[in-house]
Design a protein. Sequence first.
Length: 280
Amino acid sequence: MKKFFLLAGLVFLSTIVYSQKLSRIQYIQQYKDIAVRQMRMYNIPASIILAQGCLESGNGNSSLAVKANNHFGIKCHTSWKGKTYRHDDDKRRECFRKYNSAVESYEDHSIFLSTGKRYASLFDLKITDYKAWAHGLKAAGYATNPKYAQLLIDIIETYKLYEYDVPKTFNTTRKELKAKKRYEKMQKKALKKNGVVPPPPAVDGEDQPLQECRLYKYSKKRKIYLKDGKYYVYALKGDTYKSLAKEYKQFTKTVLKSNNLKSAERIAEGAKVFICNKFE
């Protein structure tokens, strides 16, 4: 009888784990804002960032993504001084970079490409030329799969990720560089204090955090933004729709409705989550 209950329990747990897996569409929805933000800061097409994230992390479900928050399959290399994670890839137990959050992984991916000499020629390409970027990444040796470029292109075209590539070059301004430096300092302090990375700073053309909002009286844990008549926040590690509803004294169904959801789904760290409609 004990064996029966143990087996039933394992089946139940495996069902829960399986149901929590992200679909490709869910992954794109949860990380698109971060990808666009990275594009604006580093001149890397958001479509390429999202497609690589989908492909390299198995839509956020791979063991590397789940256990090491590594969404881009970036290995340690000699320059890496951070945490590491051993994972079988081309060879057994290869060294991969481990991050405290998915947001860190996206940021490091941008830095990895923008500072790597072998990827330098990519930044001469148009930000809307995702096909050239895909072939350029393969030619530079980002992945060993001979079909890597076409796999990225297929994802981009199937899910219309090219729509996130705004048709102009985002040259980093002094204002954005200063904002980035402030964020890096804030990031180090936040990591040291509680292990949570705050969302990157807003840049020109993005929503700015509200200075005053009635929701602040319930929680000052994070900044609140306003878009299309709805208040929203950026999810922190461990957030759920239920916990966010409780934090801001809302019904869970209200938060779900604000995000066009019928049932609760997993929230990725750094994802934009709408809380409720603007107060009249």
